[in-house]
Structure formats: structure tokens, C-alpha cells
Design a protein around this ligand. Structure first.
Ligand SMILES: [Zn+2]
Length: 143
């Protein structure tokens, strides 16, 4: 049971569409009221949840997660720049311990791997393009 707060919206904002990001923590909460729209989630499936969206309000992905999608699309880059700026000014601050110890190394590993794979693919395409160009040049022409 969650604290009853007056909903912010008069209807659900919409479910999150950005499943590759997953805003919620994927725990199971049944009988949970979304404190953004007032929907009670009584489903039998797990209800991903994002806690403390505004103040102590709980936002449930399945009814209002699209709000996070929209904020991310609109402001995500600005937030990232601000966060990285604060990190670069004080990287040993305990506030950044999870980012410094897990998220940043994991992101850099994935980015490095992706860059390597992309570079290899570009090299392969470049060689193929040259081979095709050579075949076209070598092809006999009819006068
Ligand atoms: Zn909701």
C-alpha cells in the first residue's frame, strides 16, 4: 500500500516505449497506486516501478513511463552534460561512486567494443567497394 497523494494527471500519461533503457527496477509491486495518475496496478505480472519521481511520488512505468521517455528525449543530453560536468569537477565525491565504479567502466567497455566493430565493418565495406570498382573497371566493354 502506498501513501495516497492527489494524482498529478487526470489519466495515465502512457507506458514507457524505451524498453532498451528500462526506467523501472523490475521488482514486483501489486496493488500499487501510481502517484502520478492514480492508477492502481493490480495485474498479476511484475510491475516495473520508478520510485521518487517528483519528491516522494512513485511513478509506475506501465501507466506513466512515457513521461520519463519524453523528459529523456527532451532533456537527457542536458542532464548528461550537467552530470558529467559535476563528475569532472569532483570525481571522488561519494555521490559518483556507482557511476565511477560501475556505470562509467561498463559504458566505456561497450563503447570501445562498438567503435572497434564499426571500424572493422567500415574497413570491410571499403575493401568490398574497391573490389566492386575494380571488377567494373576490368569488365570488357562493347563498342
Ligand atoms: Zn501512472
Amino acid at each position: 500500500m502506498t501513501e495516497h497523494l492527489e494524482p498529478v494527471f487526470d489519466k495515465p500519461y502512457g507506458p514507457s516505449q524505451m524498453r532498451d533503457i528500462s526506467w523501472g527496477n523490475n521488482k514486483s509491486y501489486h496493488g500499487l497506486d501510481c502517484q502520478m495518475c492514480g492508477t492502481t496496478n493490480n495485474g498479476t505480472e511484475d510491475v516495473p516501478l520508478t520510485w521518487s519521481f517528483i519528491g516522494d511520488r512513485q511513478l509506475v512505468d506501465s501507466c506513466c513511463g512515457k513521461l520519463l521517455d519524453d523528459i529523456y528525449v527532451t532533456l537527457g543530453e542536458r542532464f548528461m552534460e550537467a552530470y558529467l560536468g559535476a563528475f569532472s569537477r569532483n570525481p571522488t565525491n561519494p555521490r559518483f561512486s556507482f557511476f565511477r565504479g560501475y556505470q562509467l567502466p561498463a559504458a566505456l567497455e561497450v563503447a570501445t567494443q562498438t567503435i572497434s566493430e564499426t571500424t572493422t565493418a567500415i574497413g570491410r565495406l571499403d575493401r568490398l567497394t574497391k573490389e566492386v570498382s575494380q571488377r567494373v573497371e576490368d569488365k570488357p566493354t562493347f563498342a
